[in-house]
Ligand binder design. Structure first.
Ligand SMILES: [Zn+2]
Ligand SMILES: [Zn+2]
Length: 177
């Protein structure tokens, strides 16, 4: 039970971290340049919506799983959190938080890949996955909304959830500071 609660807490935390990292690191040069260049410049221009959002597997050869993402390192950076929870609340809670955040990172890597390249994905016809595609497609159309990829609870909390269709942004979008 403690494990399940810790796991759910970690999924919620994962959503918040994903939102913060995506908005403030991958779409801003305030803290670091590389994630912004790899994501806001490269990924967003290669996979613009509408038009270039979907890709064939071989077109994604420049975007190998894990290679262009720093999410796995981000997970390792949270080791003190897992140890802290373990120390304060016990081994089940510590494992729950570690497993929940690991699940979130793996889900991010897998889902973001398949959202752009859904042809071979076994869940491609399921409603939850169609919803995530739509959610992320709108982010590639307007990069200041829908920062979550896996679980949009943080978009809901921070008011960036949007399903309005708008004309696409100019090709060279301004850096969001
Ligand atoms: Zn983005
Ligand atoms: Zn994307």
């Amino acid at each position: 039970m403690v494990f399940v609660l810790a796991f759910l807490f970690a999924v919620w935390l994962g959503s918040v971290i994903e939102w913060v990292v995506h908005k403030h690191f991958m779409h801003s040069i305030r803290f670091m340049r590389t994630p912004h260049d790899r994501h806001a410049v490269m990924h967003h221009s290669e996979r613009r919506a509408p038009g270039k959002f979907f890709a064939k597997e071989d077109e994604l050869k420049d975007y190998h799983l894990f290679e262009t993402s720093f999410m796995p390192f981000l997970w390792l950076m949270h080791t003190p959190l897992f140890l802290g929870v373990y120390w304060k609340l016990g081994v089940a809670a510590g494992l729950g938080v570690a497993a929940g955040t690991l699940f979130y990172v793996l889900a991010y890597e897998t889902l973001h890949w398949h959202i752009h390249c859904p042809e071979e994905f076994r869940f491609r016809h399921q409603a939850w996955f169609r919803f995530l595609i739509e959610h992320h497609r709108r982010h590639h159309n307007r990069s200041n909304i829908n920062y979550n990829v896996v679980f949009p609870i943080a978009d809901l909390m921070f008011g960036t959830l949007s399903y309005r269709d708008v004309p696409p942004e100019p090709e060279h979008e301004a850096v969001l500071l």
